[in-house]
Every structure is written in C-alpha cells, then in structure tokens.
Design a protein around this ligand. Structure first.
Ligand code: ADP
Length: 456
C-alpha cells in the first residue's frame, strides 16, 4: 500500500520547514512503504489560480506541490484558516472572524486540491490528511469517486459543541468530517468533544468510539503526538548544544534561568505568563536578582491585526517589568523574536532551571516535551506546564498550573526554584520515561496501523 500525505505546506527535503519534528516523522512514514506521495501547497502565491502541479522525486517519495492565487491565499489561508478556525478551535469565540467569501475560497482550494490529487491516486493508496486547513478534502475526494481509506489528524484542539456551533455553516464542516474513515486528535478530551459534536449535529448514533453515518463508519480516537527524546537529548549535549549551554551558564553565573519558547501567538498565554513572572518578583522579593526570564518568540502571522495588538501589549509589559524591577546589573526579563537552530534551542533548554509553558489552550505543545528531553538527568530543571496544553494529560509530573491564575503561576515558579534535587530527579525521570513510551515514531505508527485497520 502506498501512503499519500496531504498537508497545507509540503516540507521538501533540505527546506527550512523540515526543522520541526513533524516533517521528519511524516517523511519517515512515506519512506517506510515501497513508495510515498506528499501533496500540498508550495508556499507561493500567483496572480491567478493555476492547476499546474510541480512534481519532484527524492528516492521513493514524490513531492507534488501547487501554488495558490493571491485571492485563494487571502481567503483560504489568512482568513478562514487563521482568523476563523484557528481561534475558534482554540476556544476563542471572541476572536473568531467569519467571512462568507473566505469560506468560499477555503472550500474552493480544498476542491481544487482534491481534483489534482484524485488524478494521481492508485486503488490501494492510503491517504492521510493533516490539520484544519484541509477538513473538507475527504468529502471533495469522495464526490470525485475516491473510495480509498482516508484519515485525518487534527493537530490543534477541538472545543465543546456549544462553542463550535457558533460558527456560521458549521454543519458543512460536520459533513466534511464524516467523510473520513479515521479522525485522530491529540487528546481524549478533543476526541470526546468532536464525537459529541458530530453525533449531535449529524444526528447519528455512536458505537464505541465510532460514528455511523450514511452506511459508513467514522472512527475517532486520540493519538497524542510525541518527539524523539533521545535524538533531542543528543542535540543538547553535542557540540553546538553544549557550547550554547556552557556559554549561557557562564553568563548567568548562579542565577536561575526561566525559559519560554513559543511562536508569538495569542494562544500561548504570553502576556499572562509575563505577569506571572512579575508576580514571582512581587510575592517573593528574595527571588529578585536570583532569576532571569528569557522569552524567545519568533513573529508569526503578522498580517493578522489580533497578533499585532497582542505583540505590542507584550512588548510594553516587558519594558514595564524591567523598568520597575531591574537593577544596574540585573535585567529580569529578556525578550527576543529570533528563530534559533534546533541545537541552540536544545542547549538553551538545558541551561534553564525552569521551563515555563503556559498556553491558554494548545493542541499538544512540543516545547514542553523538548524541554524535558534536553535536561541533564542528574540535575534536571523543572517544567511548569499549563493544564490547558494537550501535553498536560501525559505529563502529570510537571508542576501543572492554571495560566489564568497569574499569582498561582508565580508561586509555582517559586516552588520550582526551591525544589530539592531529589524531587527534581524523580519528576524528570518519570517525565522522560513518558516521552519514550509515547514518542513520535509510535505516534505515526499507531495512527497508520489504526487507519489501515479501518473497514476490517
Ligand atoms: P505550535 O505548533 O503551536 O507552534 P508547539 O510547541 O507544538 O507549538 O511546536 C513549536 C515548535 O516550534 C517546537 O518544535 C519548537 O522547538 C519550535 N520553535 C518554537 N520557537 C522556536 C524558535 N524561536 N526557534 C526555533 N524553533 C522554535
């Protein structure tokens, strides 16, 4: 059986999109069989929609990519995917901006992708569609007569039905979901939300974890995504990671480093996180001069107004905390927008006594896992993690916090700062073992086994 992966962006070999673990995991999955095909957008925009597909082959795997027109990009990607589905699926109904024309473009792009892909499919292909940009793809393929197994994985959360139902035309998406054989989510909670929503909206019965819709079975299950913990750990101790680690430790002298690493996105809880650090300094004056907070936050989706507003708020808060608490020889908050190499990132995590990961809502959050993987087992740092990150379901040995309760996050930071080494080691050992039990390879294998096992 050939595996066909479809995603919004295609990570070509040697491209910078490969830095993250997901691209590598999908690529490995494609190389596992005798052949593989990866289909999606090439990241470019053209004046007019064009059906020309660029194909290139690297070993066993073909990469087939298409451009989007500027209109399609604006409607499908910037508006419907990023301004509407992204906030809504992260429970932010208040930021959800629905636009009818954008939904039209979103559907048109999915239809076009389906048409171009269908022409390339073989009878025994198994198709794996990635993420919220492409929810309607299976429905569009089915209308073209595609009967092969099609699976979907949602990398971000799914909210309770009461929130999702606020979206105009949400019933169309419910029908789209029902065209898949298997829908994977990051957590059991997401799977339960989606199951309940679909059963109610489509008025169909649930059987076990599955829906029965128009004579077809749609399975829904959680497949929490992982990382390659040993590989990441090796990065933290190999040359580049080690030198970053040593340089930072020397710079810090005996101060503890609190680190945050996130795309600059309002779901990451950065303003509240900054306030929580301020609250640590306010509640525990003895912590001042003993700790520094470094937030690394590459800019993201700058064309969206909500992101610009939130970025400004964060910058102002950083300046305010440093002005209020800073000393001539101590700057409490460091804030940079740079993208770092994987190895530098690994060395940075390793040098930090506290990993602070406090999204207000997150599908999984891989930074939490990377932070744990990078620690030295005999003297590890402490992970302070939001209960609202999908990762918290698998990481109960972290200090779990409610990011909305800013003062309590400040107290958790102090608890982490004071935590005895024996406790840190015990928590870290349990967390690391969890990373190994549910790693990235296991994620894709269990998903694909499950997809291939549908219609048994
Ligand atoms: P999201 O997918 O919402 O951005 P995740 O935490 O799941 O959040 O994944 C983010 C990925 O991006 C992680 O692998 C992390 O290492 C990487 N990343 C985040 N910030 C940076 C940065 N400044 N430089 C390099 N990689 C980064």
């Amino acid at each position: 059986m050939r595996l066909v992966v479809v995603s919004n962006r295609v990570a070509l070999p040697d491209s910078s999109d490969r830095a993250g673990g997901l691209a590598v995991a999908l690529d490995e999955a494609l190389r596992e069989g005798s052949e593989g095909l990866w289909f999606g957008w090439n990241g470019e925009t053209s004046r007019r929609p064009s059906d020309s597909v660029h194909e290139q082959r690297h070993g066993k795997v073909s990469f087939a990519t298409v451009a989007l027109s500027r209109e399609e990009f604006a409607g499908y990607y910037e508006s419907y995917a990023n301004r509407c589905l992204w906030p809504l699926l992260h429970f932010r109904v208040d930021l959800t901006a629905y636009d009818e024309e954008a939904e039209h473009q979103y559907r048109a792009v999915n239809e076009r992708f389906a048409r171009l892909l269908a022409a390339r499919l073989r009878p025994d292909d198994v198709i794996w569609v990635q993420d919220y940009h492409l929810i309607p793809l299976a429905g569009a393929l089915r209308r073209l007569g595609v009967s092969q197994r099609i699976g979907f994985f949602l990398h971000i959360p799914f909210p309770p039905a009461a929130l999702f139902e606020t979206l105009p035309g949400h019933e169309r998406l419910a029908e789209d979901f029902a065209a898949y054989d298997l829908i994977g989510t990051q957590t059991e909670a997401d799977a339960a939300h989606l199951r309940d929503y679909l059963a109610k909206t489509l008025a169909v019965p649930l059987e076990g974890g599955s829906l029965l819709h128009r004579g077809r079975e749609v399975r829904l299950d959680a497949f929490p995504i992982g990382i390659d913990p040993a590989g990441f750990r090796a990065l933290a101790t190999a040359e580049e990671g080690e030198s970053e680690f040593l340089r930072l430790r020397a710079n810090l002298r005996d101060r503890a480093l609190v680190v945050g690493v996130d795309r600059l996105d309002y779901t990451k809880g950065l303003v509240r996180r900054m306030r929580a650090f301020e609250s640590l300094l306010a509640q525990f004056p003895e912590a001042r001069r003993q700790v520094e907070y470094l937030q690394v936050a590459p800019l993201s989706r700058e064309q969206v107004e909500d992101y610009r507003r939130f970025r400004l708020e964060l910058e102002q808060l950083t300046v305010k905390i440093n002005a209020q608490y800073g000393e001539t020889d101590w700057t409490p908050v460091h804030y940079i927008n740079r993208i770092l190499s994987r190895a530098t990132l690994a060395g940075l995590y390793r040098a930090a006594s506290i990993g602070l990961v406090t999204p207000i809502r997150d599908g999984m959050n891989l930074v939490a896992k990377e932070y744990v993987a990078a620690q030295d087992a005999d003297d590890p740092g402490v992970l302070v993690l939001s209960r609202f990150a999908g990762a918290s379901a698998q990481m109960p040995e972290a200090l779990l916090v409610n990011p909305y309760d800013v003062a309590s996050v400040g107290r958790a930071l102090e608890q982490a700062r004071q935590m005895p080494r024996a406790e840190r080691r015990a928590r870290h050992a349990a967390l690391y073992a969890g990373l190994c039990r549910q790693d990235l390879r296991g994620w894709r294998q269990s998903y694909l086994d499950s997809l291939r096992g549908t219609r048994a």
